[in-house]
Write a protein that binds this ligand. Sequence first.
Ligand code: X2X
Length: 334
Amino acid sequence: RHFLKTASVASAAAATGMVSTSAHAAEFTFKYANNLPVTHPMNARAKEMAAAIAEQSKGRIELQLYPNNQLGTDTDMLSQVRAGAIDFFTLSPLILGTLVPAAQISGIGFAFKDYSQVWPAMDGELGAHVRKQIEAKSTLFAFEKIWDNGYRQITNSTRPIKTSDDLKGMKLRVPPSPLWTSMFKAFDAAPTSINFAEVYSALQTKIVEGQENPMAIISTAKLYEVQKYCSITNHMWDGFWFLGNKKSFERLPKDLQDIVTRAINEAGMNQRADVRKLNDSLVEEMKGKGLAFNNADADSFRAKLRSAGFYAEWKKKFGDEPWALLEKYTGKLA
Ligand code: X2X
């Protein structure tokens, strides 16, 4: 349903309405791929960004967009961008953790109280620390402004989740990432790693009972069609590092690199505002589509993570200095 394995480059291009402003071929052609539906703000802003890059480079750069897992799952796309088969890719810091473990630190459960802590941390020293690790440990680099995914909420087809006890034994899909699995094991749930490309069908066929994602995704990926309950847990903030392949990007002369960098960071800032607005308005809309909402008791989840030793374990894994950077923005976590 979501994953067009056999789509040719030509049909993928037709489907996404590739931006091309000049009759002749551009001097530099880049591919940007991602895992989200075309209706998500990520792709609306990406389209606008591709047009800005074409215009400002006077047609010298063409950015081709491949949304909605057209080029494969996150795991596939991560391999492709590492190898330079695609040039740009947006990925959760936690999934990037399968390649650069240090990147997961922004996904610690209940770390950021709200956005007034998220952006100073990610645009400040914590984000800088992570970007440095990405550059040092991979063929990739991350642009300065991380894009938003949002605060994650739990949906399922079985029961409302009110306290952490309600998660006991629940078969939940989590994205492929050590931190995600560890966190839901600490809640005594039964987490399974599944790429986003396969989430809708995994829920539909009841391979898993539930999943967790921000409102904008539950809505644009129509997960409410295959779920009954949505419990507001806000258990983790998540974003998308805008990743580039270093070698691909270095093909560009400095002035064109600056145009691309500015356009990507600007689109990211606009995308943050879009997601924020959507997250605030979607509850009513999805209630209308039959999803039953409840507020969960966040303290019970935090207490469970503490007693399971989750914070202590991950502090040890990340190291004292990175942990202190995180707590500089969040306050003491454990
Ligand atoms: O895989 C997910 O759940 C998603 C879409 O939120 C991420 O990219 C982490």
